[in-house]
Design a protein around this ligand. Structure first.
Ligand SMILES: Cc1cc2nc3c(=O)[nH]c(=O)nc-3n(C[C@H](O)[C@H](O)[C@H](O)COP(=O)(O)OP(=O)(O)OC[C@H]3O[C@@H](n4cnc5c(N)ncnc54)[C@H](O)[C@@H]3O)c2cc1C
Length: 321
């Protein structure tokens, strides 16, 4: 197994990881940045980004992330792709200077590399949350999807449903109207959470129908999804709605399992940090969607990356521990 020694290992090359890399490079740190798949993170499948300042003309998530990847490449930083960290352990050496960088090293293992590092930035992001409705697992990939950009074109002239009422759900429903005959927006509350501007676009789109105060009880079909069973939360009435596809946008789950038992997390697994983005483990920082934060967006993930890298540099320099 190859061994690589670094001052800092950035795990994840989405907006948070790439933001960290820019600041770590400019701070002159000896670091590596890796991703379990290719660089870019979860935003690369999003069709249109309208809320990243400075970029406003038909910018897709893919294009925005290409710019960030080019930025670090331009510094000579290589993102090590298809390198998934599966296990993290600590080695502690006896030393008089408690908590100094020589005391504690972290070992981060992928299948073929063992990184030995003084600090870590956990920028592993998050993934889609599932509804937990009956037969859901049976229809994932057979009618249930979590990415309209990836799978929307498969539902040309068909009826589909989008589950959720936030910005991601409504934006993706609007995108699906390019292909689908009708798009049902199913939301368990009686009003949407999406921003007013996005809601207005959805309300004025003739292909969109709203099924509010409704929840999916089950997914049904022989080999592929044919219909969903919905319950109205106000009247308790139950009905079948024929759809060929369902796109779920009901929240996210943090990719924090590799840190289980090592750093403090909230009850949903989001990593807790202090104002410097340090976790409960000295020298381990968290940035972006994986941490407990009130706003999960590209701009906040990038900003977290900048702060986490600056904090890692100070930790190495012994300015704070
Ligand atoms: C449908 C949708 C639409 C969105 N629209 C917008 C929008 O319009 N504007 C906006 O600002 N935000 C939007 N967002 C939110 C935005 O995508 C996230 O806030 C942002 O991507 C978070 O960045 P991140 O770097 O923290 O995490 P991620 O983007 O999730 O990146 C984490 C990276 O870590 C890697 N990784 C995970 N585990 C490991 C491991 N063990 N080892 C190595 N690598 C690992 C992953 O492969 C991934 O590349 C949207 C999100 C979705 C799902």
């Amino acid at each position: 197994m190859e061994e690589i020694k670094k001052e800092l290992l950035i795990i994840g090359a989405g907006p948070a990881g790439l933001g960290s890399a820019v600041y770590a490079y400019r701070a002159g740190m000896d670091f590596a940045i890796i991703d379990k798949i290719s660089a870019g993170g979860q935003i690369i499948t999003t069709e249109l980004i309208e809320n990243y300042p400075g970029f406003y003309e038909n910018l897709s998530g893919f294009d925005l992330m290409q710019k960030m990847i080019e930025h670090v490449k331009n510094f000579g930083v290589e993102v090590k792709e298809f390198c998934e960290i599966k296990e993290i352990t600590i080695t502690e050496r006896k030393s008089k200077t408690k908590n100094s960088k020589t005391d504690r090293k972290y070992i981060c293992k992928s299948d073929d590399i063992r990184f030995l590092t003084d600090t870590i930035i956990l920028a592993t992001g998050a993934g889609p949350k599932k509804l937990g409705a009956k037969n859901e697992e049976d229809f994932v990939g057979k009618g249930i999807s979590f990415c309209a950009t990836c799978d929307g074109a498969l539902y040309r002239d068909m009826d589909v449903a989008v589950i959720g009422g936030g910005n991601a759900a409504i934006e993706e429903a609007l995108f699906l109207t390019k292909f689908a005959k009708r798009v049902f927006i199913v939301h368990r509350r009686d009003e949407l959470r999406a921003s007013k501007r996005i809601q207005e676009r959805a309300f004025s789109n003739p292909k969109i129908r709203f099924l509010l105060s409704s929840e999916i009880l089950s997914f049904e079909g022989k080999t592929k999804l044919e219909y969903v069973v919905l319950k109205n939360n106000k009247s308790d009435s139950v009905k079948k709605v024929k759809v060929s596809g369902v796109f779920e946008y009901v929240g996210i789950v943090p990719n924090s399992k590799i840190m289980a038992g090592m750093v403090e997390m909230d009850t949903n697994g989001f990593v807790l940090t202090d104002k410097n983005l340090q976790t409960s483990a000295p020298g381990i920082f968290a940035a972006g969607d994986v941490r407990d934060t009130p706003l999960r967006q590209v701009i906040t993930a990038v900003a977290d990356g900048a702060l986490a890298a600056t904090s890692a540099e100070k930790y190495i320099a012994g300015i704070f521990v």
